[in-house]
Write a new protein. Structure first.
Lengths: 114, 112
């Protein structure tokens, strides 16, 4: 069965510090991968998605970047965090076969920028 | 662009039925989904419905789809305190690679 791992679960970082959140998927090949941000426990904003290694699409201009160095690894990064980067970050994957491709989410990372 | 709307809150008593509503604008939606998010956790896929269906039942969950009005609902029978969570609807439009568009979420509070 497929599983998705996301870490760390919580993170407190000072303004201006770098960020690296990692997400890995097991039990499937060539998944579509996604990073979402959820502010104040509500609403999901799609930040990045990837359909393959090295292929990243950005949905909104921001202080963050994403990379996919391996088929089942998706990384969210920042060189210098802003206060506004605080939030709950969710990684997700979906299959690529057929039209019914629901997203399957990790448990999320709570980021607090101080 | 696509838009998905939900009411923000719903409060029910344990044992009652809950109905969470969702409206969407994309007439080319193919699949519609319901997700549940418990506090501090990721989103859990509850159920989905294909756009050519009117209803789908899965144990205590019933999904109704009115494609003409672009209205989706999730009914939870015999609601329990463990059902308290935020519920998101999401729609997937067209063919090929399409991102899911999520609603704003409905916070369901079940009181004993």
């Amino acid at each position: 069965s497929q599983t998705i791992h996301q870490w760390p679960a919580t993170l407190v970082q000072p303004v201006g510090s770098p960020l690296s959140l990692e997400c890995t998927v097991e039990g499937t090949s060539n998944p579509n991968l996604y990073w979402y941000r959820q502010a104040a426990g509500r609403g999901l904003q799609l930040l990045f998605y990837s359909v393959g290694i090295g292929q990243i699409s950005s949905e909104v201009p921001q202080n963050l970047s994403a990379s996919r160095p391996q088929d089942r690894q998706f990384i969210l990064s920042s060189k210098k965090l802003l206060l506004s980067d605080s939030g709950f970050y969710l990684c997700a994957w979906s299959g690529t076969g057929g039209n019914n491709s629901p997203l399957h989410f990790g448990n999320g990372t709570r980021l607090t920028v101080t | 662009g696509e838009d998905v709307e939900q009411s923000l809150f719903l409060s029910v008593r344990e044992g009652d039925s809950s109905v969470i509503n969702c409206t969407y604008t994309d007439s080319s939606s193919t699949y519609l989904y319901w997700y549940k998010q418990e506090p501090g956790a990721g989103l859990q896929l509850l159920t989905y419905i294909f756009s050519n269906m009117d209803m789908k039942q899965d144990q205590r969950l019933t999904v109704l789809l009115n494609k003409k009005d672009k209205h989706l609902s999730l009914r939870i029978a015999d609601t329990q305190t463990g059902d308290s969570a935020i519920y998101f609807c999401a729609e997937k439009g067209g063919t090929g690679f399409q991102k899911l568009v999520f609603g704003t979420g409905t916070r369901l509070l079940v009181s004993p």
